[in-house]
Design a protein around this ligand. Structure first.
Ligand code: KG4
Ligand code: ZN
Length: 348
């Protein structure tokens, strides 16, 4: 690792390594041109038969896939010497999976004598919309919705994050996946449930909008899963039309709830910009509903390209590049952080 004083951040091609869960993401972001080279490998097939991510299998698969993916990208950009700095996901995530990416990053940094930096996975998601041509204006409210997180964040400036509200139980993606499982859809069922929901235009069911009638920006999604379970039990055997109507009612309730809370967050902060990020940000119905709400609120909505919604290496390379360009880097070998508060980060 380089000495901080010798490091003059002016370049640069940053390698990003994402291994926090079940996707191996390797990317290079060129901060001079904005170009991105990336490879993404999803382990979903490996975990499907278990109905969820098996941590030990995830770590092993990252070990097998990460280096060959890196070699493919290096063949495209030229050589390994073209890498100026390395960013990896330090947390939050599965400890074994995180360690695979961290060790690869540190090994490369040591061998190439390049700076290396551990990046917060959720900061990666949060900044992914900035990879688009039209970058969100600061300050903004960010809605981070993934398989593990549901957060509303006040982003005053980059790196200065205040959590306005989060889920008290299941994350939105988790609620999608669990409800999809009840409907007999394969893991991870979020996208399949969304597709099923969109196959009908109405539903005889109406699910609650949890925690919307009282003030505050906290969420709770486990009740929706229970509501779906009760309907499923009452209507055995389920036919296709009924499954689609349950999916439709569930999705509408989730999207409505997120919309109500986002509108409240914009009102409370007085901000005029809303950013959605994370895997559930790929949901078409959610994008449309938030688009409509922000227009009515005289605000603007930003979201990442679909390929940067779910876990990927580009968002880690980008968030890492912003910090590395400020001269930040790991000055000693640091532990990975399975739990890590977004609020503890420093301003970029
Ligand atoms: O951000 P992500 O790739 O991984 C985590 O960090 O969790 O998010 C994955 C989550 C899964 O729960 C998946 O079912 C959900 O995002 N998801 C969706 C859609 N696409 C992905 N949920 C609803 N509708 C979608 N179109
Ligand atoms: Zn994620």
């Amino acid at each position: 690792m380089q000495d901080l004083d010798q490091f003059s951040p002016v370049f640069m091609k940053v390698l990003g390594i994402e291994t926090s869960c079940d996707e191996t993401g390797i990317a290079v972001y060129d901060s001079a041109s904005g170009s991105i080279w990336q490879r993404l490998y999803s382990q979903i097939e490996k975990h499907r038969e278990y109905g969820g991510v098996v941590p030990e299998l995830a770590s092993r698969d990252h070990v097998v896939k990460a280096a060959p993916m890196l070699e493919e990208i290096l063949a495209e950009i030229g050589s390994i010497d073209d890498i100026d700095a390395i960013a990896y996901t330090r947390g939050p995530g599965l400890i074994g999976a995180l360690m695979v990416g961290a060790n690869l990053a540190r090994g490369l940094a040591w061998a190439l004598d390049r700076p290396v930096l551990g990046v917060h996975h959720m900061e990666g998601h949060l900044l992914a919309p900035m990879l688009a041509d039209e970058k969100p204006e600061l300050p903004f409210v960010a809605l981070l919705v993934s398989g593990g997180h549901t957060l509303l964040v006040d982003v005053r400036t980059l790196g200065d994050y205040r959590i306005l509200g989060e889920t008290l139980d299941d994350a939105v993606g988790e609620a999608f996946d669990k409800t999809a499982k009840l409907l007999g859809l394969p893991y991870p069922g979020g996208p399949e449930l969304a597709q099923l929901a969109d196959s009908v235009s109405q539903s005889r069911f109406d699910f609650p909008r949890p925690m919307t009638t009282r003030p505050g920006l906290e969420f709770s999604f486990s009740g929706l899963k229970t509501a779906a379970l009760n309907i499923v039990r009452k209507h055995q055997p389920l036919d296709d039309a009924l499954r689609a109507e349950i999916a439709h009612a569930f999705q509408r309730a989730v999207v409505d709830t997120l919309k109500i809370k986002c509108r409240r967050a914009l009102t409370e902060t007085g901000y005029r910009n809303l950013v959605i990020a994370g895997g559930v940000g790929a949901n078409r119905h959610l994008r449309e509903a938030l688009g409509k709400m922000t227009r009515a609120h005289n605000a603007r909505l930003y979201f990442p390209a679909l390929e940067y919604c779910t876990d990927n290496g580009a968002m880690i390379a980008y968030a890492g590049a912003l910090r590395l360009l400020q001269g930040q880097q790991d000055i000693e070998v640091s532990d990975v952080l399975p739990r890590w508060s977004l609020e503890s980060l420093s301003v970029i």
